[in-house]
Design a protein around this ligand. Structure first.
Ligand SMILES: NC(=O)c1ccc[n+]([C@@H]2O[C@H](COP(=O)([O-])OP(=O)(O)OC[C@H]3O[C@@H](n4cnc5c(N)ncnc54)[C@H](O)[C@@H]3O)[C@@H](O)[C@H]2O)c1
Length: 359
């Protein structure tokens, strides 16, 4: 087993990564919390495969267990589902010393995390991520959220789990589109901080190859996120590097109504765009954007900016919630594993999009 320890100011979160770990999850929960009640939160795709199994295993260990299943999909990160969840917690008489366990992708983790952070002003939380995005990104770092009609992730909290249990073999049932969605984030980690990881992804060919190295790949990504989060728990500075490719990615997701592109697909296009911009501004070689394009294309990820109205892109970029005052921070790249934050006046972004987007 590979174990990381996320050392935060007020607590330490173990992150355990091992093929087959899911089989021991009930036992691990019992070791940590004794026979306290467990409320499983899952979604309609994952629930009947994994959460149901965990439910039975916990019951076999004499742990009183409840389960609440939300419909699969982003629309479940809503206040409606949040209220349903509180209702289920109340009927289960969930106390602060009991445990909410999220079994699912980023949607389940974000929703269950927010519910756990607010229920009785904070109850214990365990993450058992089942998608690649959740394993390498959303389960670590403490960001929880629900969406509003006004935008994604507008209501949320920073709330860390007691433990994160990652079984990479759960990815075997993850549909291909979501698997490669996660691979875009893995490539991002290589680009921002781990040249060897980037080169590994360049040398692999397909999902089967990746799965042969998946434990190591997930460990490296989690370790990068651990290190960044430890240095910047509340996303006030360095943590911004995790948004490499995300500013233009978010703009694409937004303009297409979050339907045409998954998050990872939009970030893939955003990473190519920003590396080409880095090259135009003289920060990296002409070869680097080509390598980034090539590795993303290999895994079937989109790399070209779709036909979009320039002004719609600019509007989406400039109202991105990470923009500050009259400037906007973009993460630029020098070489694989080396990025930096550069502040641009909004006016310059407008000009760059108009002048360079299709060049
Ligand atoms: N909190 C954070 O720091 C953070 C970071 C990144 C993303 N996110 C959030 O995460 C969400 C995206 O995450 P996601 O892609 O995991 O979304 P998701 O939870 O919707 O999962 C994607 C799909 O895969 C299915 N699935 C998950 N695991 C499976 C498995 N093992 N087998 C079969 N099907 C499986 C789900 O049912 C769903 O249909 C977004 O809401 C995003 O905002 C949060």
């Amino acid at each position: 087993m590979k174990t990381l320890r996320l050392n935060l100011k007020h607590k330490t979160v173990p992150v355990e990564i091992e093929n087959g770990l899911f089989e021991k999850a009930a036992q691990r929960i019992k070791e940590l919390f004794g026979e306290r009640k467990v409320m499983l939160v899952t979604d309609s795709n994952v629930g009947h495969v994994y959460a149901k199994k965990l439910f039975e295993q916990l019951n076999d260990l004499n742990i009183e267990t409840g389960m609440y299943t939300v419909p699969a999909g982003e629309s479940s990160k809503s206040h409606d589902q949040l209220l349903n969840l509180y209702d289920a917690f109340a009927r289960f008489r969930l106390t602060r010393t009991d445990i909410v366990t999220a079994v699912g992708g980023g949607v389940t983790g974000d929703l269950a995390g927010y519910a756990a952070s607010t229920w009785l002003r904070g109850t214990n939380l365990v993450h058992i991520p089942t998608s690649l995005i959740a394993m390498v990104d959303s389960s670590i770092g403490g960001k929880t959220a629900v969406n509003l009609p006004h935008g994604k992730n507008l209501v949320g909290s920073f709330y860390h789990p007691e433990i994160i249990l990652i079984d990479p073999l759960l990815l075997e049932t993850l549909p291909g589109r979501y698997f490669f969605d996660g691979i875009a984030e893995v490539i991002k980690y290589g680009l921002i901080s781990d040249k060897n990881l980037f080169e590994m992804l360049e040398s692999l060919e397909n999902r089967e190859n990746i799965m042969e190295h998946i434990e190591d790949i997930i460990f490296r990504c989690c370790d990068i996120k651990r290190s960044v989060v430890e240095q910047d728990e509340t996303e006030s500075g360095l943590r911004m590097i995790l948004n490499f490719g995300h500013t233009f990615g978010h703009a694409i997701e937004k303009v297409f109504g979050y339907e045409k592109y998954t998050h990872g697909e939009a970030v893939s296009i955003g990473m190519v765009y920003i590396s080409e911009l880095s090259e135009r501004l003289g920060f990296c070689s002409a070869e680097l954007p080509k390598r980034i394009r090539s590795v993303l294309s290999r895994y079937g990820l989109p790399v070209d900016f779709p036909e979009m109205d320039n002004n719609a892109v600019i509007d989406a970029v400039l109202i991105d919630k990470k923009s500050r005052t009259n400037d906007i921070n973009l993460v630029m790249i020098e070489e694989p594993g080396k990025v930096f934050i550069k502040r641009f006046p909004k006016e310059q972004i407008r000009r760059m999009v108009h002048e360079n987007r299709y060049s």
